[in-house]
Design a protein around this ligand. Structure first.
Ligand code: COA
Ligand code: ZN
Length: 320
């Protein structure tokens, strides 16, 4: 059975997009519940400017409050040196650096040019790289930018290459606004796998145009085994027009388990955690499995149908 690694991002990518502040204790309780679900990694929070992302202004308290579960890596988003210093004071396992391969999106999201971002992140790598903390780089809009359109694969590979040269452990190819489609995903994933086989490569899909599950399967065909996903399908970038939720964890895991993949995930526990979301955030979530149930969560046959069946074939009923 092929092993796949699922990384939960709801408490970062999901919560950063919520208008209402979620209580720190509730965030901690949610991360603690997620820690019991079998994830490879949990992206707990974000050490960005509290002015830019006010709902995650309690990053330190959350990191100090959670209970670490053996086998789970706890990662956090880090946009600059200031964020790295704050994060390193909280015993993180991994720093997830972020920049966009699109100049317009980078300026909109991080308020600087790509070169300025790279220079800052290079400094972050120097600071973080001195200790035991792993470094991942999430590259936004690799499958298309909502302002600039398509980004050439060579341009994406160039940015992956620049970070590989800095010695990072992994890269995440992010479809920030759901512009990816399966054949494109398969081609770019294969190129990244071929050129950067030593990098831990994650795919990060948003379901903005309903293609996230199909894209995940295309990535698996190209040899990718690591995916970000978000409980309830929460998520979105506040600085990307039209962004909406990530691929939903329970929908993704449900499909992959049916297909025989070993995701390491306890789907019952994930569903229990997802069921708490609407109360926590104050609105419904896009999850399909939460609404419809798993494929074989059967419903009782209505009494009148049972009666009809018994009237129509009493003999069959007796002999079977
Ligand atoms: N943590 C806390 N405070 C930070 C910070 C960080 N990582 N980075 C900057 N700040 C503070 C500065 O101290 C400064 O505070 P002051 O106004 O009280 O002096 C203020 O933010 C502005 O700092 P500056 O260096 O000018 O940064 P900026 O305003 O250009 O913002 C980012 C740059 C990247 C920090 C900011 O745009 C940001 O956090 N964006 C959010 C990106 C994001 O998470 N997007 C969604 C996920 S992809
Ligand atoms: Zn995202």
């Amino acid at each position: 059975m092929k092993r796949l690694y699922i990384q939960e991002v709801a408490t970062r990518d999901g919560f950063q997009n919520e208008a209402r502040f979620i209580d720190t204790a509730d965030k901690i309780a949610m991360v603690d519940a997620l820690s019991q679900c079998g994830y490879a990694k949990i992206e707990v929070t974000s050490f960005t400017s509290p002015k830019a992302i006010p709902v995650l202004r309690d990053a330190e308290q959350v990191m100090h409050g959670i209970q670490r579960h053996p086998g789970v890596e706890y990662t956090v988003l880090v946009p600059n040196v200031r964020g790295a210093e704050r994060a390193l004071a909280c015993a993180i396992d991994e720093a997830n650096l972020v920049m966009s391969v699109s100049e317009s999106h980078n300026r909109s999201n991080l308020r600087m040019t790509r070169e300025q971002s790279f220079a800052q992140l290079k400094e972050v790598v120097q600071v973080v790289g001195q200790g035991p903390v792993a470094i991942n780089v999430s590259l936004s809009t690799v499958f298309g930018c909502p302002m600039q359109g398509d980004i050439a694969n060579d341009e994406v590979l160039r940015w992956v290459g620049r970070f590989a040269e800095l010695g990072v452990r992994g890269v995440t190819l992010c479809d920030t606004t759901g512009m990816a489609f399966p054949s494109q995903v398969r081609a770019l994933s294969a190129q990244v796998r071929e050129r950067f086989a030593h990098l831990q490569t994650t795919l990060h899909f948003h379901n903005t145009r309903g293609m996230a599950l199909a894209n995940a399967l295309a990535a698996i065909e190209a040899g990718i085994d690591r995916f970000d996903a978000s409980l309830g399908g929460l998520g979105g970038c506040p600085y990307a027009p039209g962004a909406s939720g990530n691929v939903c964890t329970e929908d993704l895991v449900h499909m992959l388990q049916l297909m025989g993949y070993d995701t390491g995930i306890d789907l019952d526990r994930v569903l229990a955690a997802a069921g708490r979301l609407p109360h926590l955030i104050g609105h419904d979530v896009p999850s399909q499995i939460l609404k419809a149930g798993r494929r074989l969560d059967l419903h009782p046959v209505p009494a009148r149908v049972m009666e009809m069946q018994q009237q129509e074939s009493p003999l069959k009923e007796i002999t079977s």
